[in-house]
Write a protein that binds this ligand. Sequence first.
Ligand SMILES: Cc1cc2nc3c(=O)[nH]c(=O)nc-3n(C[C@H](O)[C@H](O)[C@H](O)COP(=O)(O)O)c2cc1C
Ligand code: SF4
Ligand code: SF4
Length: 276
Amino acid sequence: MKIERVWQIYFSATGTTEKIVKTITGEIAASAGLEVLTYDFTLPAARESFPGLGPADIAVIGLPTYAGRLPNLMLPYLQSIRGGGALAVPVVTFGNRAFDNSLIELRNILEMQDFHTIAGGAFSCEHSFSYDLGAGRPDADDLAEAADFGRSIAKKLQEICESGIIPQPVQVDGDPEAGYYQPRDRKGVFIDIRKVKPLTDPNKCVDCGLCARTCPMGAIDPSDVSNVPGKCIKCCSCYKKCPTGAKYFEDSGYLYHKEELEAMYGVRRAENKVFL
Ligand SMILES: Cc1cc2nc3c(=O)[nH]c(=O)nc-3n(C[C@H](O)[C@H](O)[C@H](O)COP(=O)(O)O)c2cc1C
Ligand code: SF4
Ligand code: SF4
C-alpha cells in the first residue's frame, strides 16, 4: 500500500481551524515525503463539489465545534462527500469551553462516507464570539502540539503502508447521540440565538464588501451589507474580518451567553487532545 498525497480540507470561518489543519498536514507531508493539496470549503461555491480522493490519499479534515457538535448547516455537505477509500484524520477546533461531541460526529460521518479514520484531534482556539476567550490561540505551543501530532500520524502511516492493514476506526471521546449544547440565561431559560444576525455601524462601514465576499453562508447582501437576508450561523467571520470594526451584535441573549462564556472559561487554558 502506498500513500502519495496528503490533503488539507477544512471549513474555517475565522481561520483557526485552517491554521491547525495546515500545521498537521505540513508535518505529515514533511515526515512522509508527500505532496500537499488543499480544499477549503468555507465558502458556499466550494460546497458544490469535492475533490476525487482514492486509496493513495490521506486527508486531514477540520471543522470547528458549534454548540458541542459540528456546525449543523455543514452536515448536508459532509454527508454528500466521498472518500473513495482514502485514509483520514478528523480534526475539530473549539473555543476554550469543550469539543463535547463534535469529533466523534466527524469521525462517524467520515467512516460513513468511505474514509478510513486513523487518528483524530481536538484543538482549543480563540472563540469565534470573543477576543478574550482562548485569546490568540492557536499560539506557538498549540502549533507545536499540532506538529507533534502530524509526526505521530506520519509514523502510523508508515506502519499501515508496511503492513498493508487498515486499522479499525480511531477511538475518540464523545457521545454521538448527544444533543446540541444549549446556553441558559440567569433564570435557567434556554437562550435561542438561531435568529440572531450581526448589525452594521453605518458610521464605521466603508463599504469595502469584504464581509459579504467572505460570509460562509453567502448571507450578506453585497449591495447593502447592513442587510443579512440569508441564514446566519454566527460564525463571526464578518465580525472579526471587518477592517473597521463595523459589525456588532446587539441581541441581549447572545451577549449574555458570550459574557458568561468569558466569565466561566476566560481564565483557563483548555487542553488539546489527540487520539491515535
Ligand atoms: C455558533 C458557534 C458555536 C460555538 N460553540 C462552541 C462550543 O460548544 N464549545 C467551544 O468550546 N467553542 C465553541 N465555539 C467556538 C469555535 O469552535 C472556535 O472558536 C473555533 O476555533 C472556530 O473555528 P474557525 O476559526 O475555524 O472558524 C462556537 C463558535 C460558534 C460560532
Ligand atoms: S467588511 Fe466592514 S467595512 Fe467592509 S463592507 Fe463589511 S461592514 Fe463595511
Ligand atoms: S452574517 Fe453570519 S454567517 Fe455570515 S459571516 Fe457574519 S456571522 Fe458568519
